[in-house]
Structure formats: structure tokens, C-alpha cells
Design a protein around this ligand. Structure first.
Ligand SMILES: Nc1ncnc2c1ncn2[C@@H]1O[C@H](COP(=O)(O)OP(=O)(O)O)[C@@H](O)[C@H]1O
Length: 305
């Protein structure tokens, strides 16, 4: 039977259809080892169920997608689900475009429904496990997820705030092959004991160059609103220095219900792995694999095959 997240408006009850998930029946040892042991979640019954947290622009999509290929689990980005819904014709599209283009969060009900449909379709195709990117974004979403399934590990990617806006503004997607690139040159000098960060642009191959598009919500104003909302709902980011003056952003802030930050929620459950990205993909990817204790994963997989 299909696994479905169902929303009951009057209560916190959501369900993953027939699967016997229980918040109590966690296979996670307590207290967890440092960085949780990356192999948490690899069981005979199912594959990993991981969540990627991180500010807009931090690279969640990039690293979640690489890990999903490595581990053979689907990478499910709720931002992509929202963009697919936006691209479809229908009343939902119109409703979403106003919300997304102001940098606001889509309602928990809409996002849970989109995710539910995606999981259902995946299960029908025989998918097992997942890496969620962009979900949960609110405490309510985290509670819903916690009610219906066990999350093994929450990876919290971090970059200095100065880098995030530039990275968002540098994002490009090829409208033909769908791959993501980044044209930003990041070169942040180290100061006050903090290391500098430099990232080369991730440039597209020549055939994609003329087909690059920028996300409609990657304007400076909307990016800053999204970063502020992230700060309020997920975890602290010292963004107070950013100049916020536009009305859309103030609306977004007013709409943003202050909730206990998600980072703290998962930290208190011993599931949070913090990861400060040391630079671009060439520096960060091997270090991330090491932190996840997956550095020898490919070798072991091929040896076992
Ligand atoms: N879990 C979620 N809850 C509410 N809104 C979401 C969620 N995931 C995505 N969205 C909506 O989709 C937009 C794009 O999401 P995403 O691609 O994850 O962007 P980013 O991480 O760059 O902010 C968000 O700004 C928000 O409007």
C-alpha cells in the first residue's frame, strides 16, 4: 500500500499510510555517537532517512543530490515540488506564485500534500529511504514528520552569511538539461580567527551556456527575505546586519510564526550533525563524506558486489 502523509486539520495527526512507523520505536541508539555514525539508517528493512537543513544558497541541493546518488536513495527537494506545482496550470499554481515570489513559506498543509504525493509515487516505483532537502522548515512540519517516521540523521550545512546571498544570486539552471550551476566567485577573507572561504564558480558546459535561467525568487530582495525567515524558523544566523526595508519582506516577517528553531529541536534529539562547509565542492565533498563516515563507502560497496 502506498505511503501517504495525510493532514488532519484539527490535530497533529499525519500518517504515512500503511507503514508501521512509530515515534517511539526508534532504531536510533541513545545517546548517539558523535556525528551519529553515518550508517545509521542502513538496516535490512530500509534505506537511510536523512534530512538536510541549511540556509538558502548553502548547497543543500548539491550535496543531498550527490549523497542520494551514492546511497541509492531519492533526493526529495520540497522547493522542486513547489516549482513543479508552479509550472503546472491550475489554481494552486497562482496561489503558490504569490507566496514564493515574496520569499514566504508555503503553508504546512500544501507542502505536506506535495511531499505526500511525491513519496507515494516513489513508493509505487519501489523507492526506499530518502534524503529530504528543504523539509521540514517549520516546527509543525518537523512534528508531522516525527509522528510518521524515524529520521536517522539531520545534516545542518553552514556557510558564513556573507557568502549566502552571493551564492543565491549566482545560481543558474539549464532550462534544457535541468542541471544547476553557480556563476558566483566567492572569496571571503578570513578575519577574527574565522577562516576565509573561496569557491570557484560552477560553470556550465558550453552547450548549456545559452540556456541558463535564474529562479524568479533569486532576486536580492527575496533572497534576503528567505534568509531572514530561515533564521527565524530553523536556526540562528546573524543576519541583523542585512538591510531589510522592503514591504514584502516585512510582510514575510509578520507571517513568520516564531517557532522553536528546528536546529535546536533536532539537536535535543541527538540527531543533528553540524557541518561548516570549508569551501566549494572539491574541498567540501570529501570532508562531508569523512564526517558522515562514508569516505570508504564506494570501495566497500564494490568489494561486496
Ligand atoms: N518545507 C517547506 N515549507 C514551506 N515552504 C516551502 C518548503 N519547501 C519549499 N518551500 C517554498 O519553496 C520555495 C523554494 O524552496 P527552496 O528551493 O528550498 O529554496 P531555498 O532553499 O533556496 O529557499 C521557498 O521559498 C518556499 O516558498
Amino acid at each position: 500500500m502506498a505511503r501517504v502523509l495525510r493532514v488532519a486539520r484539527s490535530s497533529s495527526l499525519f500518517s504515512f499510510g500503511s507503514r508501521s512507523y512509530s515515534a517511539e520505536a526508534s532504531h536510533v541508539s541513545s545517546p548517539p555517537p558523535p556525528f551519529l555514525g553515518a550508517r545509521r539508517g542502513f538496516t535490512k528493512e530500509r534505506n537511510v532517512q536523512w534530512v538536510f537543513l541549511g540556509c538558502p544558497g548553502v548547497g543543500k541541493g548539491t550535496y543531498a543530490s550527490r549523497l542520494s546518488s551514492l546511497l541509492g536513495v531519492p533526493h526529495i527537494a520540497t522547493g522542486d515540488l513547489v516549482r513543479d506545482a508552479l509550472a503546472s496550470s491550475g489554481p494552486l499554481s497562482q496561489q503558490l506564485s504569490e507566496i514564493v515570489n515574496q520569499g514566504k513559506l508555503v503553508s504546512d498543509e500544501i507542502i505536506v500534500n506535495l511531499l505526500s504525493k511525491r513519496l507515494e509515487a516513489g513508493e509505487a516505483k519501489g523507492e526506499s529511504g530518502f534524503i529530504l532537502d528543504g523539509f521540514p522548515r517549520t516546527m509543525r512540519q518537523a512534528e508531522i514528520l516525527g509522528d510518521v517516521t524515524d529520521i536517522d540523521l539531520v545534516v545542518n550545512l553552514k556557510l558564513p552569511e556573507e557568502v549566502l546571498v552571493d551564492k543565491c544570486l549566482g545560481r543558474r539552471t539549464c532550462n534544457q538539461c535541468g542541471k544547476g550551476f553557480n556563476i558566483a566567485h566567492i572569496n571571503l577573507k578570513g578575519e577574527n580567527g574565522k577562516p576565509g572561504i573561496s569557491m570557484d564558480p560552477l560553470l556550465p558546459p558550453p552547450q548549456c551556456m545559452s540556456k541558463l535561467i535564474t529562479r524568479a525568487d533569486d532576486t536580492e530582495e527575496v533572497v534576503k527575505a528567505r534568509l531572514r525567515i530561515y533564521n527565524e524558523t530553523v536556526g540562528p544566523l546573524s543576519l541583523l546586519s542585512l538591510p531589510f526595508s522592503c514591504e514584502a519582506m516585512l510582510d514575510a516577517l509578520n507571517d513568520c510564526v516564531q517557532s522553536q528553531p528546528l536546529e535546536e529541536y533536532y539537536r535535543s534529539k541527538g540527531k543533528l550533525m553540524e557541518f561548516d562547509l570549508p569551501g566549494g565542492i572539491p574541498e567540501s565533498w570529501p570532508r562531508l563524506l569523512e564526517a558522515l563516515r562514508l569516505d570508504d563507502y564506494e570501495e566497500k560497496q564494490s568489494a561486496a558486489a
